[in-house]
Ligand binder design. Structure first.
Ligand code: 13P
Length: 254
């Protein structure tokens, strides 16, 4: 039984003050909720204050949006896994399509980061997903397999179990154009089959695979009840505590 994991990727939004008031509102919306694991992923600068608040909230953990793979050194502007651990960060998003497209991150670099995250006991949320051009050319399986094999190279099964995959079709991010539940389920099943090939079927059956791309309160339930969809990585709709709470609650309802 895979516990659903719903994550709020705030991207470059929200100051730490805004994050604190978001958490106050979210707490009221989700009183005593324990139907899913919740991860809040703010900007680096909001980690210290949110860490204090989240450490007192059972069922909610903290994530970061990125990191560099070296432990320290002359890497101006970068943040290491150890620096994230200082604030009890549990997850780190790696290989988000915005990092791949805007900042030129390759599978090889993402793989180094995935390994460095595990070495520091941080759990990667590894993002994979095809562009619209690739989907229209019916190449999404090829693209997903390449991203998974490249980004997960050298991991053992135990590390894979501590890794979350996020399927985020690039054409569905911030566009309001969600993958249909059938399209998302088909891609998730393909990802699980690929994990079974890279690792083994028992490991693949346990790995959680989130869907991301225009998840909203009104489409969350149908997506989250597909057999291979184990959660959501939410961008825009995670900036409002009420809409994020509705998505979290959708994970629990049958
Ligand atoms: P949106 O929910 O805004 O489409 O963003 C999805 C995403 O990129 C989450 O990481």
């Amino acid at each position: 039984m895979r516990k659903k994991i719903i994550a709020a990727n705030w991207k470059m939004n929200m100051t730490s003050g805004e994050g604190v008031s978001f958490m106050e509102d979210l707490k009221l919306e989700l009183k005593n909720f324990d139907g899913a694991e919740i991860v809040i992923i703010p900007s680096f600068t909001a980690l210290p204050r949110l860490s204090e608040i989240i450490s007192e909230l059972p069922g909610i953990t903290l994530g970061a949006q990125n990191m560099w793979h070296e432990p320290s050194g002359a890497f101006t502007g970068e943040v290491s896994a150890g620096m994230l651990r200082e604030f009890f960060t549990r997850y780190v998003v790696l290989g988000h399509s915005e990092r791949r497209i805007i900042f030129g991150e390759t599978d090889e670099l993402v793989n180094k980061k995935v390994k460095a995250a595990h070495a520091a006991s941080l759990r990667p949320i590894l993002c994979v997903g095809e562009t619209l051009e690739e989907r229209d050319a019916d190449r999404h399986h090829e693209v997903l397999a390449k991203q998974l094999k490249g980004s997960l190279a050298g991991l053992d099964a135990e590390q894979m179990l501590d890794t979350v995959i996020a399927y985020e079709p690039v054409w569905a991010i911030g566009t309001g154009r969600t993958a249909t539940p059938e399209q998302a389920q088909e891609a998730h099943a393909f990802i699980r089959k690929t994990l079974a090939e890279i690792f083994d079927p028992a490991t693949a059956a346990k790995v959680r695979i989130q869907y991301g791309g225009s998840v909203k309160p009104d489409n969350a339930k149908e997506l989250l009840h597909q057999p291979d969809i184990d959660g959501a990585l939410v961008g825009g709709a995670s900036l409002d505590p009420r809409s994020f709470a509705k998505i979290v609650q959708a994970a629990a309802r049958k």
